[in-house]
Design a protein around this ligand. Structure first.
Ligand code: HEM
Length: 123
């Protein structure tokens, strides 16, 4: 993905035949998809040339819908206006991982202590 757009450049693609949206700092060309959209073309036209991350997520689109976006990818947003959002997302997933592994570490430590206690009390 080598092409990057500024938000201003994306905003120029705001017509039915040339319609870009931004989703999670990536730029998608949705012109071809307008007619097929189960939610109707109006909602996408409303987001034409803008960051549609929030409206897209608010609707609760399926995993399939997200995968369809892949085929419309044209580039990425220069600088990324929603960097903090992405950061918190990856932060969330890594903190989930982190808490999972700390549970494992705690369980391991508890078992080790039990073994030591058992060995000590046997003497
Ligand atoms: C190009 C980007 C988009 C794709 C690929 C897409 C795809 C889809 C798909 C596949 C569905 C069917 C339900 C599902 O699988 O989740 C759907 C429903 C819907 N979409 Fe999108 N969508 C896009 C953009 C948007 C945007 C920007 C909005 C604005 C709010 C929107 C609003 C809706 C609504 C309201 C429905 C519900 C329709 C219903 O159940 O009656 N979509 N979309």
């Amino acid at each position: 993905m080598s092409v990057s757009f500024t938000a201003e450049q994306v905003a120029e693609h705001n017509t039915r035949d040339d319609l870009y949206i931004i989703y999670n700092d990536k730029v998608y060309n949705c012109s071809e998809y307008l007619d097929e959209h189960p939610g109707g073309e109006e909602v996408i036209l409303d987001c034409a040339g803008t960051d549609a991350t929030e409206p897209f997520d608010d609707i609760g689109h399926s995993e399939d819908a997200r995968e369809m976006l892949d085929s419309m990818l044209v580039g990425e947003l220069k600088g990324g206006s929603k960097k903090s959002n992405n950061g918190s997302k990856s932060g969330n997933s890594s903190s989930t991982n982190g808490s999972n592994s700390s549970v494992l570490i705690a369980a391991g430590a508890a078992i080790a202590i039990a073994i030591v206690a058992f060995a000590v009390t046997r003497k």
